[in-house]
Design a protein. Structure first.
Length: 357
């Protein structure tokens, strides 16, 4: 990690400007969203190098001249557009807001899942509870309610979650199957995308998904659609309840973007339960994004921002962890890391863990 280890080389004037950007950040966010929603980004993009005037835009966009103009002016200040001879052209930031899948998934997730709840961040920090979750539903954590979220909110949540893991699948599957597991236990498998990737990659492997009832119902319906219901099986449990069962004797236990959903003590407990369930020769593979392992500062920015979703919305006590913290918890639970691989997909790290001798 080459960033965050020295003061930024920036003038006082520019630093003050950055402070103003932070102060007005909610305005910038909503302007970017509206520019996309109402088609202004697409219209300016299609105009190309010749650009497009305000009058022309009023003929193509179903907003008043006033509405279009205030959005364009702020778009100039945000570096989304540039304007010459009264014609607007898309700048680089605007191009990526329009065309970059990651920006779209992040923006929709923040707006549909997080935006209102983040107003409760201060109380969430003080109480150690996800106070902002009340804007989505009446649950202690978001996980039992995922299948009950409004359709657009649910869509944005799962698209955000799957976007990052899906980009890692192609690199991961050969790594996971090099140990030739016959039975994979997908802990916290959600809709089953990893299970279906495994059963497609290997025609004999069996996968058991451990999760809450709501997620399992969706996963098993998807298993029928993928024609693998004979090899993908549900195992209903609550991983925070030590009295609930934990699947015993799997060849490989899989936790993808899962442990970040829990506090440190909860992680240690879950890992200890995994250790108790593992047989000699079993492996535990943990896939996470750690902010200190990101190859670029942009990745660390996104990962650290995601931590505050957990604080205010998801559960109030988990986060995207520093890799050193995770390694300590793995060791405390009775495991050692046999393989540590960075830069998988969009910034994931794979930790292959085994039982201590």
């Amino acid at each position: 990690m080459y960033f965050y280890q020295s003061p930024k080389k920036i003038s006082a004037f520019d630093a003050k400007f950055e402070a103003q950007k932070i102060a007005f950040a909610p305005v910038s966010f909503q302007v970017a969203r509206c520019l996309n929603k109402f088609g202004l980004l697409a219209e300016v993009d299609q105009a190309g190098e010749q650009g497009i005037s305000l009058v022309q835009l009023t003929q193509h966009v179903e907003l008043s001249e006033y509405a279009i103009h205030v959005l364009l002016d702020m778009g100039l200040s945000m570096g989304i557009f540039w304007c010459k001879d009264d014609h607007y052209r898309l700048d680089k930031t605007g191009y990526f807001l329009l065309h970059d899948d990651m920006a779209a998934k992040n923006l929709n997730f923040i707006h549909d899942v997080c935006y209102q709840g983040l107003f409760e961040l201060d109380e969430s920090l003080k109480q150690g509870k996800a106070i902002g979750l009340k804007h989505l539903g009446d649950w202690d954590t978001i996980y039992p309610g995922l299948s009950q979220l409004p359709e657009q909110t649910k869509k944005s949540w799962f698209e955000f979650d799957h976007y990052y893991s899906d980009h890692a699948f192609d690199s991961l599957l050969p790594l996971i199957f090099k140990s030739q597991p016959d039975h994979i236990i997908d802990v916290g498998g959600n809709t089953g995308k990893w299970a279906f990737a495994c059963t497609h990659y290997n025609k004999t492997v069996k996968v058991t998904i451990m999760d809450l009832p709501g997620q399992l119902a969706v996963a098993m319906k998807n298993a029928q659609t993928h024609l693998v219901a004979d090899r993908v099986h549900p195992f209903e449990t609550d991983l925070l309840d030590s009295n609930k069962p934990f699947y015993q004797g799997g060849d490989l236990y899989w936790m993808s973007q899962f442990l970040d959903c829990f506090s440190k003590q909860q992680i240690i407990t879950i890992l200890q339960r995994t250790v108790a369930a593992m047989k000699p020769g079993s492996e535990l593979c943990i896939l996470e994004t750690y902010w200190d392992r990101q190859p670029h500062e942009a990745g660390a920015y996104c990962v650290n921002a995601t931590s505050l979703y957990f604080t205010a919305i998801a559960n109030g006590n988990s986060r995207m962890y520093h890799s050193k913290d995770m390694l300590k918890m793995i060791n405390e639970a009775g495991l050692y890391v046999d393989e540590d691989i960075d830069n998988i997909g969009l910034g994931h790290t794979l930790l292959r863990c085994k039982l201590k001798p």
